[in-house]
Design a protein around this ligand. Structure first.
Ligand code: F6P
Length: 326
């Protein structure tokens, strides 16, 4: 796009495996197309506090396989203020940055949209979150790796659940979305998935669990999406224990382990394709769009649609968990 010579790149919000692969792809594609690249440390916070470094091709050597983000990340309170965004803009201009690539989840893209509007800055977003809760894309960078991490952990829990004939409630992340819970339940053959998109009563749950206990293996695993409104797995297990004391129940909260680790091939490839597409988008004159993929094809998603989280949950998938656990 005419006038753009230098591109700033940042990662923001919760880190996700594959962010480094995305940083590498954006940096190298930008350099390939004649842009200079600046790395902004600690997300928008680094823009507010002027933590900007020169990025060369070698700056991103040997990082495709690393979890986390070499640019660090933060959830910036400063950037939420008018003064903070003004400082960020002034620092950006002083560093000669003409356009930004922002890798993050819904909070980060919301901030990006606001900044773009206020200061007329060209911004392209990449969906970087384990939650998969952005609209207009089949998957987000980090989701597949987190799903695999959950799967490996639940497989281990199944060994002990089955040996002791126990019921396990396993809490997984997802912010307000149930994708990780639902698909990890399918991948692990769990007896039920409790997701924020669907209300589940205790007696419904008992029926689901009974399915599991009727099976010869006599163990049951219920995957519960984190949910501050209901109290997640801990609260659910308490209720079940009270009403069904015959079950020997345990709770495991997987927590931040889900955010770490080397990205899967799926996430590395997704991040590489999306990172290159972000530079293509800038060359095409696109601004204020997130790069997504739909049916394997790269698409441009306006920020407003991306943050809407209107993908909906696949009810067929929920039914599948039930059918396959009879
Ligand atoms: O958005 C990613 C995510 O891991 C969510 O699944 C979770 O709700 C949240 O971030 C946890 O945030 P923090 O790392 O600030 O505790």
């Amino acid at each position: 796009m005419a006038g753009i010579k230098s591109i700033g790149i940042l990662t923001s919000g919760g880190d996700a495996p594959g962010m480094n692969a995305a940083i590498r792809a954006v940096t190298r594609s930008a350099i390939y197309n004649g842009f200079t690249v600046k790395g902004i440390m600690r997300g928008f916070k680094g823009l507010v506090f002027n933590e900007i470094v020169e990025f060369k091709s070698q700056s991103v050597s040997n990082i495709i396989q690393l979890g986390g983000t070499i640019l660090k990340t933060a959830r910036s309170e400063e950037f939420k203020t008018v003064e903070g965004r003004k400082a960020a803009y002034d620092n950006m201009v002083a560093a000669g940055i003409d356009a930004l690539v922002v890798i993050g989840g819904d909070g980060s893209l919301t901030g990006a949209g606001l900044f773009a509007e206020e200061y007329n800055v060209p911004i392209v977003g990449l969906p970087g979150t384990i939650d998969n809760d952005l609209g207009g894309t089949d998957s987000t960078i980090g989701y597949d790796t987190a799903l695999n991490t959950i799967m490996e952990s639940v497989d281990k829990l199944r060994d002990t659940a089955s040996s002791h004939e126990r019921l396990f409630f396993v809490e997984v992340m997802g912010h307000t979305a149930g994708y990780l819970a639902l698909n990890s339940a399918i991948a692990t053959g769990s007896e039920a998935a409790i997701i924020p998109e669907m209300e589940t009563e205790v007696d419904q749950l008992a029926e689901l669990i009974n399915h599991g206990f009727r099976k010869s293996k006599n163990s049951a695993i219920v995957i519960v999406a984190e949910n501050p409104k209901t109290g997640g797995a801990t609260a659910l297990a308490e209720r079940v224990k009270k009403e069904f004391p015959q079950y020997d129940a345990r709770v495991t909260i997987l927590g931040h382990i889900q955010r770490g680790g080397s990205p899967t091939a799926v996430d590395r490839i997704l991040a590489s394709r999306m990172g290159e597409a972000a530079i293509e988008a800038i060359l095409d004159g696109q601004r204020n769009v997130m790069i997504g993929t739909m049916n394997g094809k790269i698409v441009y998603v306006p920020f407003a649609k991306a943050i809407k989280h209107d993908k909906g949950i696949d009810r067929g998938a929920l039914e599948l968990v039930k059918i396959l656990s009879i």
